[in-house]
Design a protein around this ligand. Structure first.
Ligand code: CP
Ligand code: NVA
Length: 298
């Protein structure tokens, strides 16, 4: 059975550590030597497309970038037909999709590994880069507090899962109706050594945090809700004033694209404590590690 990476809990805590060490290795073998990798995008991308294409090249493979409308999942042909056919051409399939169910259906029938390059549920490649960057900046994350301020979305979920597996505690602050449900908090808290708490107010979530993360308030596919969301999230922007309540020297993190003057002030996004560009650059190392891992490298 091929190994897939659809969500962070597809990895055990020990496997997550392995992936993070693969991300720091300069001598990874050419696990895709002479093979293709289909990279299917139903949504736009800068970081994910470029980091995955270059990771495939660096691992000896050939990336084939494919727009969602070209394969037409469940319109031109069923997800299962697209997957079974492509698995005969490529050593790896990866997809960025609206519905997480699509990557699950791909994984259910694929003869080769499938990687989720962002769905409405999860963004595991981003979380790998996020924890890699935080470890580089702050060292061991065990027992440290990581704050998430804003929408409890795909990026927040994958980050919280990775933190819990690494033994970090997560403090959330999300507007009513946009946070983690009680069941989701329970699920997260059972995953690993770290604890996840809903602190509700941004000022309480960042208290003692070494890292403050946020993301856009309007994810891809939610554009029709933009005005309503901006009203609901109005008091959840990450500003210098909010950062002053975090631990001394706390880092600011954003998966990007970032909207200055909306979820984050320009002062914070472009300030000395912002690690957003390092996070983006670490996407390449995370992508290479994820591919090497699903291809069997340990
Ligand atoms: N962070 C991230 O996934 O960026 P892209 O949407 O540009 O790939
Ligand atoms: N939550 C955002 C992340 C973009 C990288 C989205 O899904 O659009």
């Amino acid at each position: 059975m091929p190994r897939h990476l659809l969500t962070i809990p597809d990895l055990s805590a020990a496997e997550l550590r392995t992936v993070l060490s693969l991300a720091q290795r300069a001598d990874l073998p050419r696990v895709l030597d002479g093979r293709g990798a289909a990279l299917i995008f139903e949504k736009p991308s800068n970081r994910t497309r470029h980091s995955m294409e270059m990771a495939v090249v660096q691992l000896g493979g050939h990336p084939v970038y494919t727009r969602g409308e070209e394969v037409g999942f469940d319109r031109r042909e069923p997800v299962e037909d697209v997957t079974r056919v492509m698995a005969g051409y490529h050593g790896l399939l990866a997809a960025r999709v609206f519905s997480h169910g699509v990557v699950e259906r791909m994984a259910a029938v694929s003869a080769v590994p499938v990687i989720n390059m962002l769905s409405d549920w999860a963004h595991p490649l981003q979380a790998l880069a996020d924890v890699l960057t935080m470890e580089q900046v702050h060292g061991d994350l065990r027992g440290r507090v990581v704050a998430w301020v804003g929408d409890y979305n795909n990026v927040a979920r994958s980050l919280a899962e990775a933190c819990v597996l690494l033994g970090a505690d997560v403090a959330l602050a999300c507007p009513n109706g946009y946070g983690a449900s009680a069941g989701e908090l329970e699920r997260l808290n059972l995953l690993g050594a770290g604890a996840v708490v809903d602190r509700r107010r941004p000022i309480d979530a960042v208290d003692g945090a070494i890292a403050v993360h946020t993301d856009t308030w309007t994810s891809m596919g939610q554009e029709a809700e933009k005005a309503e969301r901006e009203r609901a999230f109005e008091s959840y922007a990450v500003t210098a004033e909010l950062m002053a309540h975090a631990a001394g020297g706390a880092g600011f993190y954003h998966c990007m694209p970032a909207y200055r003057g909306v979820e984050v002030s320009a002062e914070v996004m472009d300030g000395a404590h912002s690690h957003a560009i390092a996070q983006a650059h670490n996407r390449l190392h995370a992508a290479r590690a994820a591919i090497a891992f699903v291809m069997g490298e340990r």
